[in-house]
Design a protein around this ligand. Structure first.
Ligand SMILES: Cc1cc2nc3c(=O)[nH]c(=O)nc-3n(C[C@H](O)[C@H](O)[C@H](O)COP(=O)(O)OP(=O)(O)OC[C@H]3O[C@@H](n4cnc5c(N)ncnc54)[C@H](O)[C@@H]3O)c2cc1C
Length: 326
């Protein structure tokens, strides 16, 4: 029986776990993949510029430091376990998980739960053009491009939000010839990302939609792109396609756990309490007035969730943050 069971080992879950250990609570983190969350699964090579104390730090390295910090505080981390069920029992919660490699089922008992599943079970949005499904990862990715694969190749990045803009920068810096294709008439990412793409002089096509793929012997050769107002589609040479057009979140599991959701997010209050007493949530999966989906806010909410779990489990007569300063 743990005092706190944390579902998800991204920045939110790992910070929550560290704070639980600062409060000397027993804690276990269960993650469906590798701990580190999006830092490792989506953009391991990318520099992060907004983590305090570092002018910049490579995402994979930051994830490694978060995991190491948690391990030094004796956080128990169970990777490759997908949490499938969460049920209230007399003394807390019964949490079922499945090993994603072996399929083995497991159960954990815990007095409280922190849900920190980020995007949850999310599926990247696809272009929905013929041939897409058959391309392998050397020709197509829905994440950031692999820099070693991108070098020297014709890369087209579809998507003009932050992910697309960062993918384009990364591929260009790795030595690729890069074009950005955006369905809207402008980029939708942050100004700083747009400036960086402009500084690198990366060509772009606005108001443009990918209509087809030119594939030869299983290898991608070019894209057929239609720009609004032009009579003929254009042929864009491309042997490495990067599609960053968002993800469709599936919260069916969370709804089965009985937690109230709003849109694709779990509703929380300022204490990171969900609609279920004893279940807290933090990070990208939560919504509240003024929410930002950032590393720093994810970690900050993890700290709040851990302190709320501490109040729920230990019920101290008095709580001070001063205990944590020594
Ligand atoms: C391309 C890109 C670049 C970004 N760059 C920046 C940046 O420079 N600065 C910044 O501040 N933010 C950036 N972000 C946003 C930032 O990465 C997220 O806000 C942050 O990762 C959220 O942390 P989290 O812990 O809530 O979720 P995540 O990082 O998504 O971690 C959630 C974890 O939960 C696990 N999980 C999910 N479902 C289950 C389940 N059922 N059972 C068990 N485990 C589960 C997942 O495996 C994952 O490890 C970027 C995002 C992207 C996509």
């Amino acid at each position: 029986m743990h005092e706190v069971l944390i579902i998800g080992g991204g920045p939110a879950g790992l910070t929550a776990a560290m704070y639980c250990r600062m409060r000397k609570m027993s804690v276990r983190v269960v993650d469906a993949g590798r701990p580190g969350g999006q830092l490792v699964s989506l953009y391991g090579d990318k520099p992060v510029h907004d983590w305090p104390g570092y002018h910049h730090i490579i995402a994979g390295e930051l994830a490694g430091q978060l995991v190491e910090h948690a391990r030094q505080l004796e956080v128990e981390i169970a990777p490759n376990r997908n949490v499938t069920a969460l049920v209230r029992v007399e003394d807390g919660f019964d949490v079922a998980s499945r090993d994603v490699v072996t399929g083995d089922e497991g159960r954990d008992r815990s007095a409280s739960v922190i849900v920190a599943i980020g995007g949850g079970a999310f599926e990247p949005r696809r272009l929905k053009v013929a041939g897409e499904e058959a391309l392998d990862e050397d020709s197509l990715t829905y994440r950031m491009p692999d820099r070693s694969r991108a070098a020297g190749r014709d890369v087209v990045v579809v998507g003009g939000g932050d992910s697309g803009l960062e993918s384009a920068q990364s591929a260009r810096q790795a030595g690729a010839r890069v074009t950005i294709v955006q369905v809207l008439e402008r980029f939708t990412g942050m100004e700083s990302n747009i400036d960086l793409v402009n500084d690198l002089g990366i060509p772009r096509r606005f108001n443009t939609r990918i209509k087809g793929l030119e594939i030869e012997n299983g290898r991608l050769r070019a894209l057929i792109a239609q720009t609004k107002g032009e009579s003929e589609p254009a042929r864009l040479p491309c042997d490495y396609l990067v599609v960053n057009i968002g993800a469709a979140v599936n919260l069916d599991a969370v709804k089965q756990w009985g937690i109230e959701v709003e849109g694709n997010q779990i509703k929380v209050d300022g204490h990171m309490r969900t609609s279920v007493e004893g279940v807290f949530a933090c990070g990208d999966i939560v919504t509240y007035d003024g929410k930002y989906k950032l590393l720093l806010t994810a970690s900050s909410e993890g700290c709040v969730a851990a302190n709320s779990a501490y109040l729920h489990v230990r019920k101290p007569a008095r709580v001070t943050m001063g205990d944590l300063y020594t």
